[in-house]
Design a protein around this ligand. Structure first.
Ligand SMILES: Cc1ncc(COP(=O)(O)O)c(C=O)c1O
Length: 403
């Protein structure tokens, strides 16, 4: 069949460019030590930064949630799918973020991807069409996550201006030149493939100066950054009416789902307009029940200890890799990217690590710019220092073998 042959040809082209992706099936719970395809591997690829995904208290909370609420929500939130567990979780999330978001209210989504797809188009639609300057412009960091990029594509009434990564001066100039009446600045907080943190205080200052919304995606900061794990806003102690905050709950929180916290008026608007909230079945209440328990762990002594262990693991890892020629990006977070260069070289490095019993993913275009294929090393509080030492030794060997 000709149509199918075309697809097969495209797959072969991906294979030739070392861009074909494959799924691997894990037999054991999420943890640094996993079994996959009958092999034991030491993994540095999950976003379970605090090691909560298989925490006994959360496994028990999921079981208890299922006993109390059943396993499915049965409908969308605005029909009959919004359970007491969802409502309690939203209250908990709003209270957590309220020091930094005035009159905070929260909305829980099934995934971070869906939360991000909702926010930008809904806020673009909320622009004042009667304004003399009727233009609507989104100012987006060049390295934003795919879900934020797709959200700008869905905001069809808006122009998109991409500013160079984390470049406050360039963004300031673009905002000053713009005559749009309605402006949104959109950024990751912790960049998912680079590990660096956006200059949020400066972005908030620009948002206030230019009367723009500042949409921040804290997928990789929530749970990890800040004294109490409240994320990037706590990290910078940044409070602003202009911020619309999204966080995910399947990464450091160890469960699933995501949320938006913003001024209650914004959340009420999202409730009317967020298509990925309105037109999808609410996630199982047991998930929300489990996330509530996870938030308690994150905010408590256990969360503090795990964040301290993660920080120590990051320090220990970076200290050992000073002399590597592959370039380790200057990341202060759990995401530690090692730039290898070509797609083939990154794949070969990942394969060498695999032979040594380590799972570190090779990240290639289009996820990262061409020529910057990399190993994305994700550290967790659940790794021991022995785990990190093993990784560092294997990286040194892999680099030597590559020469
Ligand atoms: C920066 C960023 N935002 C959003 C998401 C999507 O979140 P979720 O996995 O909850 O859909 C991810 C990763 O998956 C991400 O890295």
């Amino acid at each position: 069949m000709k149509l199918r042959d075309t697809i097969a040809g495209k797959l072969e082209a991906l294979e030739r460019q070392n861009l074909r992706r494959r799924v691997r099936t894990v037999e054991t719970p999420c943890s640094p030590h996993i079994r996959i395809e009958n092999r034991e591997l030491l993994a540095f690829c999950s976003n379970d930064y605090l090691g909560l995904a298989n925490h006994p208290a959360l496994v028990e909370a999921m079981a208890e949630g299922a006993r109390r609420y059943g396993v499915g929500s049965g409908a969308a939130h605005l029909v009959s799918g919004h359970s007491r567990a969802h409502a309690l979780l939203e209250e908990q999330l709003a209270a957590l973020l309220s020091p930094w978001i005035p009159q905070a209210r929260a909305l829980f989504f099934c995934t971070g991807y869906m939360a991000n797809l909702a926010v930008t188009p809904a806020l673009i639609e909320a622009g004042d069409a009667a304004s003399k300057k009727s233009g609507r412009t989104i100012f987006a960091d060049a390295l934003n996550h795919a879900s934020l990029i797709d959200a700008t594509r869905l905001a069809r009434d808006a122009e998109v201006t991409e500013y160079p990564h984390a470049d406050v001066a360039a963004l300031g100039a673009a905002l000053a030149q713009s005559d749009a009446g309605h402006k949104l600045i959109v950024t990751d907080t912790v960049f998912s493939m680079d590990g660096d943190i956006a200059p949020l205080p400066e972005l908030a200052r620009l948002a206030e100066q230019h009367d723009a919304w500042l949409i921040v995606d804290d997928a990789h900061g929530f749970g990890v950054l800040g004294e109490n794990g409240c994320g990037a806003l706590e990290h910078f102690n940044l409070r602003s009416e202009h911020i619309v905050y999204t966080g995910t709950l399947g990464k450091a929180a160890g469960v699933a789902g995501a949320f938006v916290v913003a001024h209650e008026t914004v959340i009420e608007w999202l409730l009317q307009r967020a298509r990925t909230y309105l037109f999808t079945t609410a996630s199982p209440p047991a998930v929300a029940h489990t996330v509530s328990r996870s938030l308690e762990l994150i905010a408590g002594e256990e969360g503090r200890q795990r964040r301290a262990r993660l920080a120590e693991n990051i320090r220990h890892f970076r200290m050992q890799l000073q002399t590597l020629r592959w370039s380790l990006l200057p990341s202060p977070t759990a995401i530690q990217p090692l730039i290898v260069g070509s797609n083939g070289a990154a794949l070969a490095a990942a394969q060498a690590l695999d032979h040594a019993g380590l799972w570190v993913p090779a990240i290639r275009p289009p996820t990262v710019p061409t020529g910057t294929a990399r190993l994305r090393i994700a550290l967790s509080a659940a790794h021991t220092q022995d785990d990190i030492d093993r990784l560092c030794a294997a990286l040194v060997t892999a680099e030597q073998e590559a020469n």
